[in-house]
Design a protein around this ligand. Structure first.
Ligand code: GDP
Ligand code: MG
Length: 437
């Protein structure tokens, strides 16, 4: 599955201090798959991956402490930006009534969205009027009338009239009845159809809507690009409502709509009920498209695992004492974080301190210590106190160091071990205190 694939990729990335171009390429392959599976248009995916890869290939990312997380963050950022960085609200003119016209394929959710919009506007203190301009689908006007009745919004139906006429009459009716917004629900076909397009164009010309919103079913696949491009050319529209996002659909189509037309997504529809129209949040959508719930889980789990490991090793150190193996682990951890220079560079004021020292930090001490510990036997590492003169000389020979170097290392270990013992005593006293109660 996708989350397994990403999991593997990020596992691989996490284990590395630095990323290579091949690592990034492999991660991008997974991202590409995620987007295609979410039905993002392939051309949009291609451009997106190319741009994102470029951003990931900078030294900042590749040599950072947490490259995998950085890559994920960049992917999310870029996707969010592509979806539109801020949520889009409806824009109203001073005209009374404002006219909002809905367009889209049959079954996309126009009628449902019209009712939801009416409900939302009513809650905002406006007095909307719904106009039933779908004269082709049997009972389409009845559907609107029923739903309108449920939310207490009047529906204008010009039974038998031409859709253009109905829209114009609805605007007149709104003026008569002091309704300040007319929401025009139009007809759609299952596919792009010349008569339908022309009718939408005619309605638009007749009532000059303040806003045309296109309703797009979240489940529409690759075909969506053709559909929205045609609508963009013929009727043009100001924004998009993504419907049926309460289902399984990842909603990759939304990304394609935005990327191809540049039109903002204004709302997402999360169900059939009138109150299920929600503002659009690009970051949430980006996560959804990527299946990011999974990915974020992966990052969190990795963090938990790392924390658990630290706690476990701290507990073991308290229990069993501080060994040379622990010392080796600590040095490796420091090295992984970019050495002492890297750590200092991250601390506030650390860079200044480093400059004062002339950038001079002898990292070769690490290598030397590592070599000495590697030359110890397993027993010596676990119980350094058994290291006598003879063993010291052997370790020095094996690691290309001197007995004085080994002494130095022993002294360091002795200090740390003493600290651990003190902590152990404190932990035991605290434990005994608890039990005593
Ligand atoms: P229209 O042909 O564009 O007017 O589409 P409709 O508004 O009639 O919706 C078609 C079908 O999709 C209806 O059964 C709606 O109840 C359903 N529908 C619309 N929007 C949503 C939504 O956001 N979630 C779900 N689950 N169903 C929806
Ligand atoms: Mg309809």
């Amino acid at each position: 599955s996708l989350s397994d694939r990403l999991n593997n990729t990020f596992d691989r990335l996490r284990g590395k201090g630095k990323l290579t171009e091949a690592d990034i390429t492999s991660a991008m392959r997974d991202i590409r798959m995620a987007l295609l599976e979410a039905d993002v248009n392939f051309k949009v995916v291609k451009d997106f991956v190319a741009k994102t890869k470029e951003r990931c290939m900078t030294a900042d990312v590749m040599e950072s402490l947490t490259p995998a997380q950085n890559v994920v963050k960049i992917v999310l950022d870029e996707l969010t930006e592509l979806l539109g960085t801020t949520e889009s609200k409806l824009v109203f003119s001073n005209r009374i009534p404002n006219v909002i016209m809905l367009v889209g394929l049959q079954g996309s959710g126009k009628t449902t969205a019209a009712v939801k919009l009416a409900y939302l506007l009513k809650k905002q203190g406006r007095s909307p009027l719904l106009a039933a301009c779908d004269v082709y689908r049997p009972a389409a006007a009845d559907q609107l009338a029923t739903l309108g009745g449920e939310i207490g919004v009047p529906v204008f139906r010009g039974d038998g009239a031409h859709p253009v006429q109905i829209a114009q009459d609805a605007v007149r009716e709104a003026i008569d009845k002091l309704r300040d917004v007319v929401i025009v629900d139009t007809a759609g076909r299952l596919q792009i159809d010349e008569q339908m397009m022309q009718e939408a164009v005619d309605i638009k010309r007749a009532v000059k809507p303040d806003q045309v919103l296109m309703v797009v079913d979240a489940m529409t696949g690759q075909d969506i690009v053709n559909v929205v491009s045609t609508f963009a050319e013929r009727t043009d529209f100001d924004g998009v409502i993504i419907s049926k996002l309460d289902g399984d659909a990842r909603g990759g189509g939304a990304l394609s709509v935005r990327a191809v037309t540049g039109k903002p997504i204004k709302f997402v529809s999360m169900g059939e009920k009138p109150d299920s129209l929600e503002p659009f949040y690009p970051d949430r959508m980006a996560k959804r498209i990527l299946g990011m719930g999974d990915v974020i889980g992966i990052i969190e789990k990795a963090q938990e695992a790392a924390d658990a490991e630290t706690v476990a090793s701290a507990e073991r150190m308290l229990r069993e004492g501080f060994t040379m193996n622990d010392m080796l682990e600590q040095m490796k951890a420091v090295k992984k974080m970019g050495g002492m220079k890297g750590i200092l560079g991250m601390l506030p004021g650390g860079q200044k301190l480093l400059n004062q020292m002339g950038g001079n930090l002898d990292e070769s001490v690490f290598a030397k210590n590592e070599a000495m510990i590697m030359s110890m036997t397993a027993e010596e590492r676990m119980r350094p106190s058994i290291i006598n003169g003879q063993r010291r000389a052997r370790i020095a020979r094996g690691s290309g160091t001197t007995p004085a170097d080994v002494n130095q290392l022993m002294k360091q270990w002795g200090e740390m071990n003493k600290m651990m013992s003190r902590m152990r005593t404190m932990a035991q006293q605290a434990g005994a205190g608890k039990k005593g109660k």
